[in-house]
Design a binder for this molecule. Structure first.
Ligand SMILES: Nc1nc2c(ncn2[C@@H]2O[C@H](COP(=O)(O)OP(=O)(O)OP(=O)(O)O)[C@@H](O)[C@H]2O)c(=O)[nH]1
Ligand SMILES: [Mg+2]
Length: 345
């Protein structure tokens, strides 16, 4: 999955000695893996200072030091979606065209439904009739209801209505699929800011999550998008899609270090069950993993736990979500991740 790790791993394998070339090649490998130049420079420079201060002698110490730094950077003791005391929770999915907003909205709806909570999808991409119909197909697949308006109506009104409908029906979570918009188009970005304001007015608090959906294959461009969207409306996290393709994934580090935005989920395919919680520890561990013969580990070796089992039924009622009904282990780590979809506090 994280193919660029191989390159980073190779640098450290082929250069057992700590010298200037090692640092240069490490920096280049990071940049080639979509870590921004400034973050790559900063990380390597920090590491080099540490190596000097602690008198490191071989490259394995660099591997360990770098992995620790990545783990520290991405550490989040309480990942997952924010769930307020007063329901419904409202999650907005935003991003540029074609990144995977609609698909991710459906995937999230499906996973949340697995957790025993009820979901209402809001078709707030009113730009095209086809977009509303597309979400409807996904809503059926996810087994959740959807609120829709006419094409070209105000997306804020759709979200407003969806929140009201969720209140009336006692639905736990509203997920709004919004129109793809170029981060460079000021009027569309203003519309997004309005969506946030209307949601806040209706809820009495800001949206519980505003998740920026980024296509991992766009590399550094994703960081520009994050900057622009973040300027228009406060972002709470990222869904990084298309990690099943040729994506390198170094953008995760740039988002965390430069912007302080956590990647919460990754998309690894086009199916409804193809969403995973982003596992920072796994990401950090995968960085320098090598096979026995010295080749970098095959990408398949970096597995991520599924958010949920790929089974739709049975749906548990919300009250029983925390009961260990699926597996017998009491180990927190062994729980299916759909049980950790939501923040604890
Ligand atoms: N391989 C792969 N494809 C994905 C993933 N997520 C979404 N896609 C595909 O990306 C394409 C665009 O997905 P949509 O969900 O329609 O994207 P969108 O952001 O809603 O697009 P607009 O509404 O046009 O802005 C579709 O062909 C999806 O199947 C993923 O994680 N992996
Ligand atoms: Mg869409």
């Amino acid at each position: 999955m994280f193919r660029w790790f191989n390159q980073v791993a190779q640098v450290l394998r082929l250069r057992p000695r700590i010298d200037e070339e090692l640092w240069e090649e490490l920096e280049e490998a990071l940049i080639a893996g979509d870590v921004s130049a400034s973050v790559a420079f900063q990380m390597v420079s920090d590491l080099r200072d540490k190596a000097r201060a602690e008198a490191w002698t071989d490259a394995s110490q660099v591997s360990t030091g770098f992995r620790d730094e990545v783990a520290r950077l991405l550490k989040d003791d309480d990942p997952g979606l924010s769930l307020p005391d007063t329901l419904p929770a409202v999650y907005l999915l935003v991003g540029v065209n074609g990144t995977g907003k609609t698909t991710s909205a459906a995937k999230l709806a499906w996973d949340i439904r697995q957790s025993g909570k009820t979901v209402l999808l809001a078709a707030a991409d009113t730009f095209r009739a086809a977009a509303i119909d597309q979400l409807e197909v996904w809503a059926e697949r996810a087994g959740v209801e959807m609120v829709r308006h006419q094409p070209n109506s105000d997306p804020s009104a759709v979200v407003f209505d969806a929140i009201e409908a969720a209140r009336a029906r006692g639905v736990d979570i509203v997920i709004a699929d919004t129109a793809g918009r170029l981060h460079t188009r000021a009027n569309l970005m203003q519309e997004l800011a309005k969506l946030g304001r209307v949601t806040e007015k209706c809820l009495g608090r800001p949206p519980d999550e505003t998740l920026l959906v980024l296509d991992a294959t766009t590399g550094q461009n994703a960081v520009n998008q994050a900057r622009q969207f973040g300027a228009a409306t406060p972002l709470t996290g990222v869904i990084l899609t298309k990690m099943d393709g040729t994506a390198r994934g170094g953008v995760v580090l740039t988002l965390a270090r430069e912007m302080g935005i956590p990647v919460k989920f990754i998309g690894i395919g086009e199916k409804i069950s193809d969403l995973r919680l982003f596992d920072a520890a796994e990401y950090a561990d995968g960085l320098f993993r090598l096979d026995g013969d010295g080749d970098a580990a095959p990408v398949e070796a970096v597995t991520l736990e599924p958010v949920s089992e790929p089974v739709v039924e049975p749906i548990q009622p919300a009250e029983t979500v925390d009961e260990p009904s699926v597996e017998t282990s009491t180990d927190e780590e062994a729980k299916p991740l759909w049980k950790r979809l939501f923040r604890r506090g």
